[in-house]
Design a protein around this ligand. Structure first.
Ligand code: F6P
Length: 326
């Protein structure tokens, strides 16, 4: 088994509340093994440029309660090319880095797999607010994002009831409707529109109208940004057809508000457990794996089974959302 003396850690892709707890746990658990820890700035972009700083117990002090990532993050499309990955490999070898921890979502773990296949000992940590990453039933940042969406929904429902208006709220989720479905379930939406189950604007209007006909004072649609009929498209359709529809609709797009702010207790603990799990995996000699939560336990899954694989939405939960809307 390879002896580890120095590791590097990076956060990549969209940031997620709880990433700082993961950085802290990776750093302090690694220091406890007498390993050196290098923090890579700006994800893979910083790795290619060699933008690093040594992390100590003090550098990661007082960061757990902060959203975002101490290390910064970036999307790095260039990392899809072998040339760019070779630069990263060269830098890691020149700086005698024995293992790399990649905290991020699907794109980041695809990059991690590519490095693992070039011989770099890599361990991924499951982190994205979209919760679309296979290999972890829930990922770092989801809980905070969901709570932010719910707070917005609760607020919208009060003003919706005062005015008897329909509201549409668009939440994040580029290709995945997890946040929209869960926010719809927990927030009591009349209809949820997600990329996995496309819905026509006519159907959205029908469900909102049906809510009034059942005597509700408000009517709410929760829509994922990645749906074909996303917030913008539905808003435009409702404006165009306002004369026939017979009720007002107001649209709110939550956007990056969901990714900012203080991580919930759940995300701090998840970041902590998965970060510690990454170091534990390296101590066991595991590499080329993602550390995630499976059946409530910290577990590893080969990156090969994770990269590019999209988690499937539970159809039963989708059905339940529509039953409960009644
Ligand atoms: O990190 C996931 C995510 O927040 C998606 O929900 C969203 O589509 C995307 O990132 C936005 O990316 P960016 O911050 O690069 O605009």
């Amino acid at each position: 088994m390879r002896v580890i003396k120095r590791i590097a850690v990076l956060t990549s892709g969209g940031d997620a509340p709880g990433m700082n707890a993961a950085i802290r746990a990776v750093t302090r658990c690694a220091l406890a093994q007498d390993w050196d820890v290098l923090g890579v700035r700006r994800g893979y972009a910083g790795l290619v440029e060699g933008e690093v700083e040594p992390l100590t117990g003090r550098t990661v002090s007082n960061i757990m309660q902060r959203g975002g990532t101490l290390l910064g993050s970036a999307r790095c499309p260039e990392f899809e090319t072998e040339d760019t990955r070779r630069k990263a490999l060269y830098w890691l070898q020149q700086n005698r880095v024995d293992a790399l921890v990649v905290i991020g979502g699907n794109g980041s773990q695809t990059g991690a797999l590519a490095l693992a296949e070039m011989g770099v000992p890599v361990v991924g940590v499951a982190s994205t607010i979209d919760n679309d990453l296979a290999g972890s039933e829930i990922t770092i940042g989801v809980d905070t994002a969901l709570n932010i969406a719910l707070e917005a929904i609760d607020r919208l429902k009060t003003t919706a009831s005062s005015h008897q208006r329909a509201f549409l709220i668009e939440v994040m989720g580029r290709k995945c409707g997890y946040l929209a479905l869960m926010a719809g379930l927990a927030g009591g939406a009349e209809i949820v529109v997600i990329p996995e189950r496309e819905t026509t604007p006519e159907e959205v209007a029908r469900q909102l109208r049906a809510a009034y006909e059942r005597g509700k004072k408000h009517a709410l649609a929760v829509v994922a940004e990645g749906a074909v009929h996303n917030g913008g498209k539905l808003d435009a359709w409702f404006r165009e057809h306002s004369a026939q529809i017979g009720f007002d609709l107001r649209t709110t797009t939550l956007g990056h508000v969901q990714r900012g702010g203080t991580p919930t207790a759940f995300d701090r603990l998840l970041g902590t457990r998965l970060g510690a799990g990454a170091v534990a995996a390296l101590m066991r000699g595991e590499q080329g794996v993602l550390v995630g939560l499976n059946e409530g336990r910290v577990a590893t899954t080969p990156l090969k089974e994770v990269a590019g694989v999209r988690k499937v939405i539970d159809p039963e939960l989708f059905r339940l959302a529509s039953v409960l809307a009644q």
